[in-house]
Design a protein around this ligand. Structure first.
Ligand code: FAD
Length: 449
């Protein structure tokens, strides 16, 4: 017989867990959380590597020190998460060319600033002309030299391709903190879960959380929802909150009966999925500069995004002898498809171009595969530069008894942990309102008829 409850939550990432928390705060404890992976957290995920904890997904708390407090920063403080201040604006002074020379800092900084200014100007003039196609931007900004390509990559792929002003910075402040805690970024989620799930010694022991449970079908009608999982189980409820990523919604992992309406399918299709890959490399000793302001450095290659953005981990974990290089989109997919040994060879060649032939080989490499993970299919959503309000509206609008949540449904903070958190609250408030209306309708129906 199907398991029956009031609300089914699909996904135990930050948005799904926040939804469960808000429901519980409002007296709705009759829920079940179905999570495909073997643990909670979703795109907040740590792994032990080279003797320390590394974050394969979200690594920073972005937006701190402003007028309002970032709710994720608050959670971090409450759970005494260890973080360190992080400033990658200094990366522009550390640009290496292919022969290992550092571009004179003046030139590097100047051309960086020029690129930023012209990008902003272009966006402004396009707004004025009501152009709707972001490809015009790509046409007019045509980086050619390795340094231009590197800077273009940093501006558009590494920092998010967002249109100024960036809500995260405006609302919450411009400071960013790197999570450097052995318990992982996810510690904050376990602390949050303690308030509404049974936990023991840091472990969730609550039968309402079902791990390794992959949702494959959502049947929905005016009367309720029936969810089928890969192991052949059924779950029946009045409502479902679906927090699967935009990449998963674009894939065929979950089918809907009846199918989602055309406006919803269109909206899902129109959202871009970004792939963002942090590759970790462990070395026997350090050969890179570790003075202040050298945490981040850039490699300028003739191929755009080719092992461009580097970070050492000494600030987070002294003497970890670890480097991180960030790839995105096409380069991420290329590297996901090849063996880690090939990736290691490529990365070593780039490092030898920067630091000379005598540096030691990395002893270990870790390559996350967000694109090929069928429960993720990418790293985060990206609204097209000229996304209209209709698109944002349609992405989060419920379909009957199916309520959508997750980072991609956050109008202001999509792509961020705080976007996931706030979307979990928004979606659940909308659901609670609908539940109250539903109760109202039942009470209103005149019994004498
Ligand atoms: P998720 O965390 O993806 O949760 C959805 C859950 O649904 C997952 O656990 C998934 O397993 C589950 N699921 C999917 N399909 C099914 C199914 N069919 N059945 C059951 N369960 C299913 N944000 C920042 O703020 N700062 C950063 O520095 C940062 N860096 C990032 C770096 C990387 C590499 C990545 C990938 C993301 C990064 N982000 C960052 C973004 C941030 O991690 C996400 O915005 C946020 O964690 C998303 O939360 P969510 O709840 O919306 O989705």
């Amino acid at each position: 017989p199907p398991h029956r409850c009031s609300v089914i939550i699909v996904g135990a990432g930050i948005s799904g867990l926040t939804a469960a928390k808000v429901l519980s705060e409002n007296g709705v404890d009759d829920v079940v959380i179905l999570e495909a992976a073997d643990k909670i957290g979703g795109r907040i995920r740590k792994e032990e590597f080279g003797g320390v904890t590394v974050e394969l997904g979200a690594g920073w708390i972005a937006g701190v020190g402003g007028k309002q407090t970032n709710p994720v920063w608050e959670l971090a403080l409450q759970s005494s998460l260890r973080t360190c201040f992080s400033d990658y604006s200094n990366a522009r002074y550390n640009i290496y060319d292919q022969s290992g020379k550092i571009f004179p800092s003046g030139i590097a900084a100047d051309s960086y600033k020029k690129a930023v200014d012209s990008a902003i100007q272009k966006l402004r003039s396009q707004e004025a002309n009501h152009h709707e196609d972001a490809s015009i931007l790509a046409e007019t900004t045509t980086p050619k030299t390795p340094i231009e390509l590197a800077i273009d990559f940093i501006l558009h792929d590494f920092e998010m391709a967002e249109v100024e002003p960036i809500s995260t910075y405006v609302d919450f402040g411009e400071r960013e903190f790197l999570v450097a805690d052995e318990r992982g970024y996810e510690h904050l989620l376990y602390k949050m879960a303690e308030n509404f799930l049974f936990t023991s010694e840091g472990k969730i022991m609550d039968s309402r959380l079902k791990l390794n449970t992959v949702v494959r079908e959502v049947q929905h009608s005016r009367n309720g929802v029936l969810v089928t999982t890969e192991d052949g189980s059924f779950y029946e409820a009045n409502y479902v909150i679906l927090s699967a990523s935009i990449g998963v919604l674009q894939s065929d992992l979950i089918s809907f009966t009846p199918p989602l309406p055309r406006w919803k399918m269109e909206a899902i299709r129109n959202l871009d999925v970004m792939v963002y890959t942090k590759i970790f490399l462990k070395f026997p000793y350090k050969f890179w500069p570790c003075e202040p302001e050298k945490e981040f450095f850039i490699y300028a290659h003739e191929r755009r995004g080719y092992y461009t953005f580097w970070q050492h981990m000494e600030n987070a974990y002294p003497d970890s002898n670890m480097l991180v290089v960030t790839l995105t989109n096409g380069e991420s997919k290329r590297v996901e498809a090849q063996s880690d040994q090939d990736t290691l060879r490529e990365a070593m060649e780039v490092l030898r171009n920067m630091f000379g032939p005598d540096i030691p080989d990395a002893t270990d490499i870790l390559v996350p595969r967000w694109w090929n993970n069928r429960f993720q299919r990418g790293s985060y959503s990206n609204y097209p530069i000229y996304a209209n309000h209709q698109l944002v509206h349609d992405i989060k609008e419920p379909v009957g008894r199916i309520f959508f949540t997750g980072e991609h449904t956050s109008e202001k903070f999509s792509g961020y942990v705080h976007g996931g958190y706030l979307s979990g609250i928004d979606t659940t408030n909308a659901l609670l309102e609908e539940m109250r209306r539903d109760d109202g309708r039942k009470n209103e129906s005149p019994t004498f008829l």
